[in-house]
Design a protein around this ligand. Sequence first.
Ligand code: FAD
Length: 325
Amino acid sequence: MTEKGITRRQLIKQGGLALTALALPFPLTAFTKYNKMKDNKNFDVIIIGGSYAGLSAGMALGRALRNVLIIDSGKPCNIQTPHDISTTAKKQVEKYSTVKFYNGLATNGIKKESGFEITTQTGDKFTAKKLIFATGVKDIMSNIKGFSECWGISIIHCPYCHGYEYSNDKTGVFANGDIAFEIGKLINNWTKDLTIFTNGKSTLDDEQVLKLKKHNIKIVEKEIDYFNHKNGQIESIVFKDSTSEKIKALYARPKFEQHCEMPKQLGCELTEQNYIKIDPFQKTTEHGIFACGDNTSMIRSVSYAIAMGGIAGGMTNRELIEDEF
Ligand SMILES: Cc1cc2nc3c(=O)[nH]c(=O)nc-3n(C[C@H](O)[C@H](O)[C@H](O)COP(=O)(O)OP(=O)(O)OC[C@H]3O[C@@H](n4cnc5c(N)ncnc54)[C@H](O)[C@@H]3O)c2cc1C
């Protein structure tokens, strides 16, 4: 509990585990590890990415008696979530002997007559009838000193994930133009002590500036030198003119890239916003390939990734049944 009540993470921990028996990717020692000497290299489904979405898909398929391999390189986008969530949940997933886990990076995928062949960085090769990409996205960090250290702690992207804990605090928005306006409008709901830091000349238009002023949202155009912090907790923004401003939280929306290029290489179409294109059942534009989680959606939340993973798992099983029956 925080002084402001239960955190969203605790809520996920309590609610999410009971409902979905799901896990985070590290440490993944609890999984039935793929055994090179003993195990078959041919699977019904290979899931690339073993975080929230991938594990959820694995759970659905493992329970559907499908032989599944989850390949995970252990680099989820959100490294701040407490590890006890993963430890408890993974104990639940490991019950399924149908799900094997391979710790490593999948680097190449090719189409075969009977499905797909995946090669890992160390040269191991596996085949499967179907593929699921649960590979997430990579946020591109600002190179301003202190940004990456604070990312996910006090430099945050989502008010639904972190806003309650910072409600009514002295808060900043690190953005410019239309994005700054949209984030400012949104965060005004959580705090009335809000400043937009444009890091150089503002590109907000006159109408936007007027509206922001009406809501007492300040605009600072000074160039930022660095973010002053203690263990990731931001304390102030230091400008290039050596002045500084105290702050408790800063919202930022960094650009992102797909964590894995393989869906594109295998022919899966991407949307204009750089997400893997899917239908309502998580099927990509390529037959036999499904995708779920952050790589397919701008709505980034643990619960949504889990939900999408469950659908992807179920629909992949459905496609196998259609092929086989
Ligand atoms: C800083 C931060 C804080 C957040 N806080 C919250 C919060 O409080 N509450 C909330 O609900 N949501 C939060 N989110 C959002 C949430 O973490 C994501 O929506 C969720 O992690 C998405 O899960 P995913 O499985 O799609 O992707 P990820 O968790 O990013 O996992 C993708 C996995 O795929 C693996 N992978 C990628 N490519 C390959 C490859 N080629 N071979 C093998 N493995 C590969 C990666 O190593 C990684 O383990 C936060 C996000 C961030 C960035």
